[in-house]
Design a protein around this ligand. Structure first.
Ligand code: ATP
Ligand code: MG
Length: 396
């Protein structure tokens, strides 16, 4: 093969006894994520993931893009493998990086030698290859302090590898090492970012969306599925549970005091999300809540909505400014879809004067007229499980 990817592991390296478990998970994730792009060998040696196309049919550029969004990797580079001798290394540098060197004003060589049997030290490798490069590219000066371009040579167990500068990886922990989480996904800016952030901390993500047809349109549902699909670029494929929510919202509207609409509704959401979560092996809920953003996101409101669940509720955005959230939404590519104008079910029955400092007693009293269990049972029975994967293509 004349090109392979080397990906450096991130925080996994710090994991003592669990390291193998983390590495196995990452290897599996990479293998799965490479499938749409052809046949690849994926293996881990010395805290580095090797991704090697097995034949010429592989879509190497597609695979490279996909590798940049795999959690657990801090940096990655495309390399040319070659035999472990200085002539072969120099030939590989010329063939693979020669054009880059022609364009650069200055360069240096950095070498690493994990094969301690190799006869030259790292410094000797750099000096020797650097000297040959300087001869071959007279317009490109050696500059070891501020080079415009750096050539890397790595002499490893089975081969030597040459490459240019590495690119940053997606960071975080391999998806799945932390278990599974159920994200309450609306069509807004925040919850897709929340799902992304928890996937980055190693959670496998499943989503639940509360859908209030015909108060919200089919397009609003497709928008949410598309947002989930965009998140799968990082999290890997996921299931979205689409829960019919109209009956519950109408029951709240017809039976509860208006100032409690949102709180009662959110308690139903959390309760239903937790039941589906437990059914599907998820150990936590994830929301895009953000302290102080709207009336239902005060401490008191969170106490009241959190009181219906007994698993942790992760709110990774709780202390962030809107600008910070938007920056991430743009980075992960969900922003443009989030701001499409289809309405969300929360906005349909929003009270004019919502309670911002509710008490649990007050809310329990407000929801007393409702047949809670029957409403929840029907909503869960009507839930549709939709599978989404990045590779399936846009859903809008
Ligand atoms: P977002 O940008 O995620 O819509 P938001 O700022 O609009 O959040 P709220 O509408 O108060 O805030 O919702 C808070 C959180 O509740 C959302 O981040 C999401 O996790 C969850 N949520 C709201 N509406 C829905 C829905 N229709 N289906 C599933 N989860 C929802
Ligand atoms: Mg919203």
């Amino acid at each position: 093969m004349n090109e392979i990817f080397l990906m450096k592991l991130g925080e996994i390296v710090l994991k003592g006894g669990n390291k193998h478990q983390f590495e196995n998970r990452l290897r599996g994730n990479v293998r799965r994520r490479m499938k749409p792009y052809g046949n690849f060998n994926v293996y881990i040696l010395q805290s580095t993931v090797y991704v090697e196309p097995k034949d010429d049919c592989a879509d190497v550029d597609g695979a490279w893009e996909a590798c940049k969004s795999i959690f657990g990797v801090v940096s990655l580079c495309r390399c040319r493998p070659c035999e472990k001798n200085m002539d072969a290394i120099f030939e590989a540098v010329e063939a693979y990086l020669g054009e880059d060197l022609d364009m650069a004003a200055s360069f240096k060589v950095e070498s690493k030698r994990s094969d301690k049997q190799f006869p030259l030290t790292s410094i000797q490798i750099s000096q020797e290859i650097g000297g040959r490069i300087a001869e071959a590219h007279p317009n490109c000066q050696v500059d070891v302090h501020h080079p415009a371009y750096t050539v890397y040579v790595e002499v490893r167990d089975f081969s030597a590898y040459v490459h240019g500068p590495a690119e940053p990886g997606a960071g975080g922990l391999p998806t799945g090492v932390g278990g599974r989480g159920m994200c309450l996904l609306s069509g807004g800016i925040d919850s897709p970012v929340a799902a992304y952030m928890m996937a980055k901390r190693g959670l496998e993500i499943e989503c639940v969306h509360f859908f209030s047809y015909p108060y919200t349109s089919q397009l609003a549902k497709d928008k949410v599925l598309e947002l989930a699909r965009l998140v799968t670029r990082f999290s890997g494929r996921m299931t979205v549970n689409v829960v019919p929510f109209t009956e519950i919202q109408e029951a709240i509207r017809d039976n509860c005091p208006e100032e409690y609409f949102t709180l009662v509704m959110r308690r139903f959401m959390m309760d239903i999300a937790q039941r589906i979560a437990k059914e599907d092996g998820c150990g936590c809920l994830i929301t895009g809540e953000n302290l102080g953003q709207v009336a239902s996101q005060t401490m008191e409101a969170m106490t009241v909505t959190g009181a219906v669940v007994d698993i942790p509720v992760f709110m990774p955005l709780v202390g962030m400014d809107k600008e910070e959230i938007i920056t991430i939404a743009r980075k992960i590519g969900t922003m443009e879809t989030s701001i499409l104008p289809y309405e969300d079910c929360c906005t349909v029955f929003t009270p004019k004067h919502p309670k911002t400092k509710p008490s649990l007693g007050g809310v329990l009293h407000a929801e007393e007229p409702l047949d809670r269990e029957a409403l929840i049972a029907r909503a869960i029975a009507g839930t549709e499980k939709v599978k989404v994967a990045y590779h399936d293509g846009a859903l809008l």
